[in-house]
Design a protein around this ligand. Structure first.
Ligand code: FAD
Length: 310
């Protein structure tokens, strides 16, 4: 059995594994795809002290760093169920899709999240070539250019306010007949001179010239008319979905499906900690996920030294 078993090999899981292993305790990491969302990222310019890197490069560096330590790395493994310890100090079980069961005294959950996509022609083709999902990450790449934000919930309206300070013009497109963001955010949004808000708009296509985005088409849901907007960037803000479906009913999740954690990364189950995009911790970023992963591993260690094994 492991002392610390990490589920998920993104920035949060990699940091948790390194911090646990450095305590000299039996550490394992099981993940579907080591590197996580970082593998799908091109330029990374906000990982402090590294001025510029690329996703696949950072993902390789994460795995190499973990491999410096005595960590059992189990790649291409999907966790399907978590079984809490039967008695205090007992072993927690994680059942994998392969049929195997892993046992550990503590578990760090770091299964991350995925951005909901629009599923329209051109979106996948122009991902990272104008189609973006993270304004904190990619906003500065569109300085002085025209962008659209898809989605009028809190994240979409926050993104539009944020981007309006950087880009020349923002078109916000909401599917519903009204924005769903908090009133205070909407007031701020409508006060900005370089933002156009379109409601009842359904994005139907992303246009490009073969190498980068040049515009989008949307359907006016009231008139049925198709309209085109010329622009250089599209930020899709229609939801970030935590990879926690397999945990439903096992531990406390927020209404959005995020694992509820306290300031120490403790979940509602003893011995089970969580970190990164899968949790209620606000702001989903690499540097934040790593810090939270380190914190969860230290909390797991703290739990181990205070708990008598059953
Ligand atoms: P993830 O990176 O999502 O990793 C989750 C891990 O869990 C993966 O290994 C996955 O395979 C595994 N997993 C999931 N479910 C299971 C399961 N059931 N069983 C086993 N394993 C499982 N952030 C920045 O700071 N700067 C940027 O420039 C930046 N750009 C981005 C660009 C894009 C296109 C995207 C999508 C995200 C970007 N982000 C950026 C956000 C950043 O990637 C995330 O905040 C960060 O990766 C979260 O780390 P994590 O470890 O919590 O989760």
């Amino acid at each position: 059995a492991f002392d610390v078993l990490v589920i998920g090999g993104g920035p949060a899981g990699a940091a948790a594994a390194v911090y646990a292993a450095r305590k000299g305790i039996r550490t394992g990491v099981a993940s579907e795809r080591f590197g996580g969302q970082v593998l799908d990222t091109m330029a990374i310019e906000n990982f402090i002290s590294v001025r510029h890197t690329e996703g696949p490069k950072l993902a390789t560096a994460l795995e190499q760093h973990v491999k410096e330590y005595d960590v059992d790395i189990m790649n291409l493994q999907t966790a399907q169920a978590l079984v809490p310890a039967a008695v205090p100090g007992g072993l927690i079980e994680v059942k994998l899709a392969s049929g195997a069961t892993l046992k550990s005294r503590t578990v760090v959950l770091s299964t991350g999240a995925r951005w909901r996509s629009m599923n329209v022609p051109g979106e996948a083709e122009y991902r990272n070539k104008g189609v973006a999902y993270c304004p904190h990450c990619d906003g500065p790449l569109f300085k002085g250019k025209r962008v659209a934000v898809i989605g009028g919930g809190n994240s979409g309206v926050e993104a539009a306010i944020d981007l309006a300070g950087l880009v020349s013009h923002v078109t916000l497109i909401e599917f519903d007949s009204q924005l769903r963001a908090d009133a205070v955010l909407q007031r701020k949004l409508f006060s900005l001179p370089n933002v156009t808000v379109i409601t009842s708009g359904q994005t139907t296509e992303v246009h490009g010239d073969g190498t980068k985005v040049t515009g989008l088409s949307y359907k006016d849901r009231n008139s049925g008319e198709l309209r085109r907007v010329d622009l250089e960037g599209i930020f899709v803000q229609i939801g970030l979905v935590p990879n926690t479906e397999w945990l439903k009913g096992t531990l406390a999740l927020s209404p959005r499906g995020e694992i509820e954690v306290d300031a120490r990364g403790q979940t509602s189950l003893p011995g089970v900690f969580a970190a990164g995009d899968a949790t209620t911790t606000p702001f989903k970023q690499i540097i934040i996920a790593m810090g939270e992963g380190a914190k969860a591993a230290l909390s797991a260690f703290d739990h181990l030294i205070r708990t008598v094994p059953a």
